[in-house]
Design a protein around this ligand. Structure first.
Ligand SMILES: Cc1ncc(COP(=O)(O)O)c(C=O)c1O
Length: 469
């Protein structure tokens, strides 16, 4: 058996990367208000902004697009999707939506009321925003190990059971359901063990609460269980995924991740009364329940993607890619969240740029520098994304300040991965020369998407903006 694990696919269609110079990128980022979300994608060399909707589809998915049935109602592509989704997610009703957050909106606007509390192992930004948008309070109950980027734990995505029980013992009537995100994206792409899924389900049963699984990366989570949890090495990734979903009452799913599709999402459930309510609401917001805001061809591509994603050769390569990058970063002393996540690796910002305070937005500084120096696009998931200014004027910081590098599925090769690692190591060696940033425009919610920034000018308390002048 060879030590070399190669990409388990051949490349048949190529998309050229437009090359740019450092000088050009300095102009592009200034014009973008130092927010990489404002860049034109063609001005990025290696785009690790997100793994969402960025997968390369297989030849079978492209073929499925051609045969997509565009009927308004009862499309055969819907039934193909329903069939594979029922098999994996183990639920009677499958409702398509145009992307994950549309499913969250559908469910949360039906189940969450003003003053509710929605606990999770780790809400992603859109789930947290959808809870808050309906007057609820999203709370995260991570295990202690998850809050230490350098602590090695096989299932850092696990829910803190003690905290969950405590909340339900005291404020059960305010909790409409419990959310388990697999894998957890906000905290490092870390998996949840099957033991933890069962424990959470037991607590939910005790307090008569539905368990909602946010299943974006269910296949990656299943393969982590196979590799790391005792008792599952002989199970297939598919059997593990099915077992996980048996414990859920509701599933929300973004097909832009582990369905290897570029758009789409699902809500899956057994509760017939709730399904009725959701379908009626769906018609107002997304469309008829057999297309849910998607074209028939999209339904077909998602169905085919769901058939492919549990292939263990694919999953082995997928998880190993991130692990390989993390190993090289660790070997070179770069502070990175360990163990490696499933879809991304995350730099530990506070240890990467210890000379900058949280107010000097070190995560933004790393993201901007890597773009300028290497043309790489990553995303800040720390103080800017998850922090906020309290009414008192004080800043509230999240426990982890991270920069995420998310790998699109089946898109980049080992040489691309090697280049990214090399650029990060070089930046780390030159970290003392990296300057801070400040907000120029602060967006009211999910600040990382739409805020703009200005570099801090050494020797002054504020920076100069080149953007809105
Ligand atoms: C864990 C998690 N939940 C929900 C979503 C929302 O999915 P979508 O982008 O399809 O709306 C995301 C997207 O990144 C996610 O990572």
């Amino acid at each position: 058996m060879s030590e070399i694990l190669f990409e388990p696919f051949r490349i048949k269609v190529v998309e050229p990367i437009k090359m740019s110079t450092r000088e050009e990128r300095e102009i592009f980022i200034r014009e973008a208000g130092y927010n990489v979300f404002n860049l034109r994608a063609e001005d990025v060399l290696i785009d690790l902004l997100t793994d969402s909707g960025t997968s390369a589809m297989s030849q079978e998915q492209w073929a499925a697009l051609q045969t997509g049935d565009e009927s308004y109602a009862g499309s055969k592509s819907f039934f193909a999707l329903e069939s594979i989704a029922k098999e994996i997610f183990q639920k009677h009703t499958i409702i398509p939506v145009h992307q994950g957050r549309a499913g969250e909106h559908l469910v949360f606007s039906t189940l969450v009321s003003e003053g509710d509390i929605v606990p999770s192992n780790s809400h992603f930004d859109t789930t947290a925003a959808n809870v808050a948008d309906n007057g609820g309070n999203p709370v995260n109950f991570q295990i202690e190990e998850a809050l230490d980027a350098s602590c090695w734990h096989p299932f850092k995505g696990n829910m803190n059971i003690e905290k969950l029980e405590k909340l339900l013992e005291t404020e059960s009537e305010k909790v409409p359901f419990v959310v388990l995100t697999i894998t957890n994206n906000a905290g490092g792409g870390q998996p949840v063990s099957l033991a933890n899924v069962k424990q959470v389900a037991d607590v939910c049963e005790k307090f008569d609460k539905p368990l909602l699984i946010d299943a974006c990366r269910f296949a990656e989570n299943a393969y982590f269980i196979k590799k790391r949890e005792e008792g599952y090495s002989d199970w297939s990734a598919k059997e593990i995924a099915q077992e996980v979903f048996r414990y859920a009452s509701l599933v929300t799913f973004s097909a832009k991740k582990d369905a290897l599709a570029n758009v789409g999402g699902l809500v899956c459930l057994d509760d017939a009364d709730l399904a009725e309510k959701l379908k009626n609401r769906l018609i107002v917001t997304e469309g008829f329940p057999t297309y849910g805001g998607l074209a028939g061809r999209d339904l077909a591509a998602i169905a085919q993607g769901l058939k492919e994603v549990l292939d263990e050769n694919y999953l082995r390569y997928r998880l190993r890619t991130i692990e390989w990058m993390v190993e090289r970063l660790v070997d070179n002393g770069v502070p990175v969240v360990v163990p490696a996540g499933g879809h991304a690796f995350y730099l530990d910002v506070a240890r990467f740029l210890p000379h900058l305070s949280a107010e000097q937005l070190p995560g933004i500084a790393i993201v901007v520098e890597l773009y300028v120096r290497g043309g790489i696009r990553a995303v800040e998931l720390g103080h800017v994304a998850f922090g906020k200014q309290l009414d008192s004027g004080c800043d509230m910081h999240p426990r982890l300040d991270l920069v995420r590098f998310a790998m699109p599925r089946r898109v980049y090769t080992e040489a691309h991965a090697g280049y990214v690692v090399e650029q990060i190591i070089r930046l780390y060696h030159d970290k003392d020369n990296v300057k801070g940033y400040r907000f120029y425009f602060e967006a009211p919610v999910m600040r990382h998407f739409r805020s703009t920034f200005a570099p801090l000018v050494p020797g002054t308390s504020h920076g100069v903006s080149f953007y809105h002048t």
